[in-house]
Design a protein. Structure first.
Length: 133
């Protein structure tokens, strides 16, 4: 089972506000910008990211039913800002790996103990510039 909704609310109100100040400049962190599927508003959240051959992988520590994941899946696009720059990402895909074989050893231990088995894959769109609906 992913982390509890209470932990998610705490992080949303407190931890994320602090993390947003440095997330785009620290290895392993990024800022993900997405469009609300109902409101049409643009949201930015700090996340942990892992590079893949074609884009990024994100451990879904609160599960796939969080608003930001649902928004990215509905829009089919988001942006990821890292210390390397801004990437437009498409083709969001939720996968499951009970053993988290994709994750580095330490991350695998942490998310495994938290019961996290799902991840979100994003493909970098090399031709895109900016976040579009």
């Amino acid at each position: 089972m992913p982390l509890s909704p209470r932990v998610a609310q705490f992080n949303k109100r407190f931890t994320n506000r602090i993390t947003q100040l440095f997330a785009a400049r620290v290895p392993g962190f990024a800022l993900l910008t997405h469009i609300g599927r109902k409101s049409g508003k643009v949201y930015t959240i700090p996340i942990n990211v892992f590079r893949t051959a074609t884009g990024y992988r994100l451990a879904l520590t609160y599960g796939p039913e969080t608003d930001w994941v649902r928004n990215v899946l509905a829009a089919g696009v988001c942006t990821i800002r890292t210390r390397r720059g801004l990437d437009v990402c498409r083709n969001p895909y939720v996968g499951t790996d009970p053993d988290n074989r994709w994750a580095p050893w330490l991350v695998r231990q942490i998310i495994g103990r938290a019961g996290v088995t799902q991840y979100l894959d994003l493909t970098i769109d090399e031709t895109a510039h900016g976040l579009t609906k």
